[in-house]
Structure formats: C-alpha cells, structure tokens
Design a protein around this ligand. Sequence first.
Ligand code: FAD
Length: 364
Amino acid sequence: MTIRVIGAGLAGATVAHLLHQAGRRVEVLEGDPTWGGQLRTASAGGILYEPAGAHIFHTSDTAVWQLVTGLVEMLPYRHAVRTEAFDRVLSWPPQLSELRELPQWATVERELASRPAVPRADNFESWCVGLMGETLYHEFIEGYTRKQWGEDPKNLTAAWAPKRIELREDGYRDLFRDPHQGWPSGGYPKLLDALLREVPVVMGQRVTIDDWEDVCAGADAIVVTCALDEFFASHLGALPWRGVRLVNHYLPGVDHVLPCGVLNTPSPLKPHTRAIETKWMSGQTEPGTVVSYEYPGAPARHYPIDDVAGANRALARRYLDELAALPGPPRFVAGRLATYTYIDMDQVIRQGINTARRVLEALG
Ligand SMILES: Cc1cc2nc3c(=O)[nH]c(=O)nc-3n(C[C@H](O)[C@H](O)[C@H](O)COP(=O)(O)OP(=O)(O)OC[C@H]3O[C@@H](n4cnc5c(N)ncnc54)[C@H](O)[C@@H]3O)c2cc1C
C-alpha cells in the first residue's frame, strides 16, 4: 500500500521525505512540471536570485532547524530590511534612535505620547496607529499596505499585525529575532532535492476531484497540500488571494545595488512595494548582481486575504469539510494552500513533521 501526497512544494516534500524515512511507500503527484512550489532559485550570469519571491529561513523550532541543516548547508545570513521613508533610507522596523533625528520628530513624539495603552484591534489601521501614531503609520505602513493588499487598511484584520509590526527602542537591527536563520547554499532547490531524492514523484499532473478515485486506488492514506477551492472546481466560490510579480534586473559587473537584502518602498507614488537583492542572502562575491522589484496585484495564490468579517476563512473551512466527507482512505492536509493560511517555511516544515506523525499513528 502507498501513501499519496498531492503537491511537491515544501509541505508535500517534507511529509513525503519523513514517511519514506519511516519505511513507508510514498508517491507524490505534482501539478507543475517541476517540484518546489514557491521555492525557486534561478541564476543569471551565475548570480542567484529568487524569481517567485525572496525567502529567508528563520525559526525558533530547533527540530525544524535540525531537519533542514541535516539536509543542506545553511549560510549564516541574518535578515536586515531597510525602508524608504521621510526621504531617507531608514531601518525596518522603525528605530526610535533614528526617528529622533528627523525634522518631523516633534510631531511623532507628541503622537507617541498620546497613544492608547493597548492598540485598538478593530482593524489593521487602528492597531498600527495605536502602536506608532498617525505620522509613522502614514509614512512606513499605509502606502505599503494599500499597494500590497489593494485594500483600505481599515478593511483588513489586525490579527497578524502584532507579529509583523514593531516600533523598536532596543537598537536590534535584524528583522527576525529567531535564533536560527540562514539561506541554503546554492538556493532552495537544494533543499527540495534533498527532501525528494529518494521519493517517486509524478510531475505535470494536476489533481482535482475528478481524479479522486484514481488517487485513492491502492492508497492507505492521502496527504493533500493543494488549494481546495481549485481542487473542487470552486463550486462553493473561489478563495481570494493576493499575488506578487517580480521583475528581475541583471546588472553585470556591479557588486551590490541595495544597502541590504530587502529595501521597502511604501510610497504610493511608486508602483513596487520592495526591491530584493538575493546576493546579500547567497553571499556570492562574483561581479554582477540581480535586483528584483516586487509588484503587487498579480493573479497568483501568494497571500490569503484575511477580511475583517472572516468570510474567506469560513469558506476555506467549508472546503475542508468537503474533503473530510469524501469516501476513501484517511486524508490529511498540510501547507499554505490547503489550509488557506500564510505560513512561513519553518511552520510548513513543522506541519509536515506533525502530519507525517499523524499519518503513521493512523496507519499503526
Ligand atoms: C512572495 C512570498 C515570499 C515568502 N517569503 C518567505 C520568507 O521569507 N520566509 C519564509 O519562511 N517563508 C516565506 N514565504 C512562505 C513560503 O513560500 C511557504 O511557506 C512555502 O513555500 C509553502 O510551501 P507549500 O508546500 O505549503 O506550498 P507551495 O510552495 O505553494 O507548494 C504547493 C505545491 O502543490 C502543487 N499543486 C498545487 N495544486 C495542485 C494540484 N491540484 N495537484 C497537484 N499539485 C498541485 C503546486 O504546484 C506546488 O508545487 C513566502 C511566500 C511568498 C508567496
């Protein structure tokens, strides 16, 4: 008997790898002609870049870090982000020590002094203004958020703001505080190759409900990591996503263009949201670089849209119920698409570890 895994992104690859290691027969069905999902690293003139979006590995989960570093060499990259604001290039998250140097500091200071004790979590905007006041919100966050989401920030949930938005006083310059951070030597395909090297994978086979009987044939468990609205032909309605598009500039002979790996551009006057120079992550020293400009609003399933009313999440739950109600062997879901959540790579690997364990428990 076989365990079938739908999708060969990081989630499906992690589950398949662990089940194979546990001595189970596994088969992965991947819709694209190549595996990896969001994790793509390309090369131009020998310079690595990420055409589907920058990925920084960071985690506090020691088991996840051990799994990854047991498979690939992780370069010791720690992620720092800067942002264009007040006609300067400043730290992101904003640092009070830098803000005190601005001509606008008197206004900012007054607004900070009149903040509520706890930011109001009615919506994304109320939370951010409660944390940093109107002026900083407008300069650092509002334009970026409107471009990124194509929405008034008042219509977005505050749920994920505390994890993403900070105002710093401690002088700590890395974006993430996780103890384990890095970027895989040679790029992310090395990680996917290491996970899937010993697992049979069929590529170019997009699975839908019409294939369910075939997927179940001879299988004693199914692991689903694909988008469920697409799988069910969107018959309850399509789940909305926000996507990005990258335009990648190869610049021969140039060492670096940006001051760090990512430069945010919140200005509403510029159409892109950020610029990325992967050479900072890869640590390459050869001449030449690639700068990727990220434009929002592409028709891609990148970021699920968390509306204030929670309607999208409710629709996602209905699709999960449909999957659970199908006949056939036990089935499990993992990854960002099937769960309709934005999750970082370490959370995806953690889901993969937990899912593999649940499959093994169910099969005895
Ligand atoms: C722009 C962007 C930047 C990001 N940056 C970071 C970062 O800096 N750090 C970080 O930790 N995380 C980051 N992430 C998150 C990270 O990309 C994801 O956590 C991870 O790649 C998700 O893996 P997955 O397997 O769940 O999904 P995916 O990578 O989407 O893989 C799903 C796979 O399933 C396949 N598939 C889909 N439908 C079907 C079907 N019907 N039949 C068969 N196969 C199917 C797809 O082709 C794909 O290969 C970022 C995400 C985005 C979008």
